[in-house]
Ligand binder design. Sequence first.
Ligand SMILES: NC(=O)c1ccc[n+]([C@@H]2O[C@H](COP(=O)([O-])OP(=O)(O)OC[C@H]3O[C@@H](n4cnc5c(N)ncnc54)[C@H](OP(=O)(O)O)[C@@H]3O)[C@@H](O)[C@H]2O)c1
Length: 342
Amino acid sequence: MNENVRIAVVGATGVVGREVLSALLDQGVTSEQLTLLASERSEAVELDYGEDTLAVEKVTPDSFRGVNLALLATPAAASRTLAPAAQAAGAWVVDASSAFRGDGNVPLVLPSFNPELLGAPLKGRIVSVPSAVSTALVSLIAPLQKAFGVVRAQVTAMVSASSAGVIGVSELEKQTAGLLSGREPEPHAFPQRIGFNLVPQVGPFMANSPWTEEEAGWTLEAARLFGARGETPVIAGTAVQVPTFYGHGLSVHVQLKTPAPVEQYRAALKTSPALKVLDAPAEKVYPMPMLVASDPAIHVGRLRTFPQAPEWLTLFAVVDNAGRGGALNLVEAGMRLLQRSA
Ligand SMILES: NC(=O)c1ccc[n+]([C@@H]2O[C@H](COP(=O)([O-])OP(=O)(O)OC[C@H]3O[C@@H](n4cnc5c(N)ncnc54)[C@H](OP(=O)(O)O)[C@@H]3O)[C@@H](O)[C@H]2O)c1
């Protein structure tokens, strides 16, 4: 990469932001090329970057002057003002929040699925990436769709506490310790107690709807990603907040158009570089959150079919939500945008 390129990481102190720094280091980006930004709460906080230590600055519209690429790992409300500010300053912008995922003027890009959009003519300079669960779902469905056609996918997503960012992680820590000492905690980051509990609500509900925004997002994002290629499988299900820290689990039932033996489904999943098939249950080999930390591959296993309904494939998958499902999409999309001439 040209050494004059300047990259701003906004939300650098967060769960996704810290993973972005790790991915940029892997890409050979130097500390001189980086500006770390967050809200005034984190002004002057120091973060390690390789051998160096960088101070976080409070973001202002002026922060983007001279910046070529702005990676936004911020809440949607912040992204809605920061993305246009960075765009106006001439930067390419990749946003990890839900702010632009439904905006037809902003491409929704999963770099392992539709990278071609990043080289095509664009209306603006803002690009959005899908949620962690959508990243996993689309990655799982894509090779099955190509080989057999997919009618629908029914999902139960077991969403870890880090989906709610730094405050989600610290709330699970505090509640677990408090409950073990006999203290009943007050929920703040989650709608109900998360320690030693399961909560069938992740994020807010849609207005006048039984679906949460998280669940509705899977349908919307799948429609945008698959829709551009033709047929969109119906994707629906339940998001459950679970008391693990990192790594989302997905129990998925996929209905195929052309039924096949389970070995053929497994072979199709193995063709995808985005996936790692861990499927030897007799040897206790299957996907688990504890195996996926910092693994760029989505783990998939427990493949099964019923003889009476071979068109339904049942599987279990795990994605590193902060890394694969957030930071890596931001960095991979950003690096490709920097390769464009304009
Ligand atoms: N966590 C996941 O698994 C995941 C996966 C994919 C996508 N995402 C999306 O990525 C984004 C970040 O999520 P996260 O989990 O990393 O959240 P987080 O841990 O809460 O971090 C949020 C970051 O944004 C900064 N921030 C908050 N308000 C700001 C403002 N008004 N101006 C500038 N910076 C501000 C925070 O800075 P301070 O330190 O100053 O508060 C912090 O650095 C969200 O939109 C989320 O939906 C998350």
